[in-house]
Design a protein around this ligand. Structure first.
Ligand code: DWN
Length: 397
């Protein structure tokens, strides 16, 4: 049975950064109701009504995975780790974005799948065979006609974006060699509960995975998890190592350990999610109280990182220009545009937080360490960060 436990109200498509604010732009902005459900049978947490992927993954896709030092390092290190552990002869990446993972492989040793045409162009230009398509049964048939089966398939922050998991994993099964390995990483439900990071729910995050849920789903496609890692990236992610049921890999201790941790955390119980939903309401109330108080004191507050996640916060809490002056971001193609739904101007963050800013709300809270390092000047002159994870608090030097 599917049980609705969280209602994050009317939300825009997070990738829809507006280039100007005028009547026709705002009139055409697409909104949908964002609510989240728990499947009591397989324990999967998903959005109740996913948005049409064709509206989301367009030729104007804004996010660049290579924007942060943290992620460049993380992709380099996972690429090296996978190459030395599995010695793949032929690999594939699903959702290759701007090629930050791909670049660590020789051009004839890997192919890419990327439905956003502006991104697919980047990796094509770099010399990598790139399929500018959505990952599905039809594409797999095409790839297998042209190429061979794969020893390694990697995917970061993509599988959780696909509504139809059965088709997705059946297609993975079909494309793997008998002892091939599928490694994928996505935000982790255990971390969302622990960090109260409700902003991980937005149109693109159709599912947030736990090990217990993913194991149940993979079984239906004759696949199994044989190893799992908890990662710091994106505020807490899981990296699942998957193979065919009859492949040579034996199941690592990590799988049993994480399963029992999840049962202790209650990721299989509806009550865990309803309690989480109450904490989300409290977080909204406290954030609004704080921002209103700062406004009363005439403090200048901006937001740091025009993240997709922060679209959920601003729209759910009804935070606009009245409470946040502008948003800073280092991504060139977001700069000069306006945030989805609440239409707050995005300015470049490249020269650091301007002198007259008192507080910066952390839209990119998942990069706190990197941002703190960059913004020492801001902190030293008394500037403060605001975060909502795991609860509303102010961070100073
Ligand atoms: O899954 C997804 C994740 C991986 O990326 C997507 N569906 C979309 C996107 O979500 P996000 O926007 O929440 O991701 P990030 O990686 O948390 O975004 C960080 C943003 O902050 C980027 O726009 C870059 C910006 N930034 C900055 O301006 N200065 C980041 C750092 C570290 C900085 O120092």
């Amino acid at each position: 049975m599917k049980k609705k436990f969280l209602n994050l109200l009317k939300q825009p498509i997070t990738n829809s950064y507006l280039s100007s604010i005028n009547k026709s732009n705002t009139k055409n902005e697409y909104f949908y109701n964002l609510s989240v459900i728990f499947n009591t049978q397989n324990f999967l947490v998903s959005l109740s009504k996913p948005v049409d992927p064709k509206k989301q993954y367009t030729d104007k896709y804004a996010h660049r995975a290579s924007q942060s030092f943290t992620m460049r390092q993380s992709f380099k290190s996972v690429a090296n780790k996978l190459k030395s552990r599995f010695r793949p002869n032929f690999s594939m990446e699903i959702g290759s974005n701007d090629g930050v993972f791909l670049k660590n492989f020789k051009k004839n040793k890997i192919v890419a799948v990327e439905p956003c045409l502006n991104l697919a162009k980047i990796t094509k230009k770099l010399g990598y065979k790139t399929y500018p398509n959505f990952w599905n049964r039809k594409l797999v048939n095409k790839i297998l006609k042209e190429k061979s089966n794969f020893d390694l398939i990697y995917s970061a922050n993509t599988i959780s974006h696909i509504p139809n998991l059965k088709e997705t994993f059946d297609a993975i099964y079909k494309s793997l060699n008998d002892n091939g390995v599928f490694v994928f990483e996505d935000p982790y439900m255990g971390s969302v509960i622990k960090m109260n990071s409700y902003d991980q729910f937005y149109d693109e995050h159709v599912h947030i995975f736990s090990l217990i849920a993913i194991s149940n789903i993979l079984k239906k496609s004759k696949l199994k998890v044989f190893d799992v890692e908890l990662l710091q990236t994106h505020g807490g992610s899981t990296r699942f190592y998957v193979c065919k049921e009859n492949a040579k890999y034996s199941i690592n201790k990590s799988v049993k350990n994480l399963k029992s941790k999840e049962l202790k955390q209650g990721l299989h119980k509806l009550s865990t999610y309803t309690k989480f939903a109450s904490r989300v309401k409290k977080s909204k109330y406290e954030l609004l109280e704080l921002l209103k108080e700062l406004k009363k004191k005439s403090k200048k507050v901006v937001s740091y990182g025009a993240t997709y996640k922060s679209a959920t916060i601003f729209n759910y809490c009804n935070i606009g220009n009245d409470l946040i002056n502008y948003v800073l971001d280092s991504t060139k193609n977001k700069q000069g545009k306006f945030t989805p739904g609440k239409h707050i101007l995005i300015k470049p963050s490249n020269n650091g937080i301007p002198e007259d800013v008192d507080y910066a709300f952390l839209g990119a809270w998942n990069f706190l360490k990197e941002i703190k390092k960059k913004e020492q000047k801001f902190l030293k002159r008394g500037g403060k960060f605001i975060t909502h994870v795991p609860k509303i608090k102010i961070i100073s030097l």
